[in-house]
Design a protein around this ligand. Structure first.
Ligand code: ZN
Ligand code: ZN
Length: 135
């Protein structure tokens, strides 16, 4: 689905600013507010951090964009299928890892007699590039 269609089906106007933000998230995978501003500077030099933030939040509310809470800084990504995040403590890279958490959460619900409400899983790792540098 194109970003224009994605916005329109969610009743948001396909403004150049929103399209620009979506394009950045598409290319970067995950980006912070500051990352986005840094990249938008060329195209939209006057676009303020608060405007980007407002646009992001509107898209988060519609479920187009997903907030990723990994580090102290909030990251954003275009909403995708369920996945885990692998965060490298050495180089700060964030990778998506396809994983179905259903069997895991079912087990926890059984063992703990509880209901899992949030099954977001983020793992801190040392990635293979950083590991190979150590040897
Ligand atoms: Zn790394
Ligand atoms: Zn992700």
């Amino acid at each position: 689905m194109s970003h224009i269609t994605l916005l329109k089906t969610n009743e948001l106007k396909a403004t150049p600013q929103r399209l620009c933000v979506l394009e950045i998230l598409e290319n970067c995978g995950h980006a912070t507010l500051e990352d986005i501003q840094e990249i938008t500077k060329e195209k939209f030099p006057t676009l303020s951090l608060s405007t980007i933030y407002r646009n992001l939040n509107e898209m988060v509310e519609k479920g187009i964009v997903n907030e990723v809470k990994l580090t102290k800084k909030q990251h954003y990504e275009i909403t995708k299928d369920k996945h885990l995040h692998l965060f490298c403590k050495e180089c700060g890279k964030i990778e998506d890892f396809s994983f179905d958490t259903n069997s895991f959460t079912t087990k926890i619900e059984e063992l703990g007699n509880c209901k899992v409400l949030n099954d977001v899983i983020n793992l801190e790792i040392i990635c293979k590039d950083c590991l190979s540098k150590k040897h």
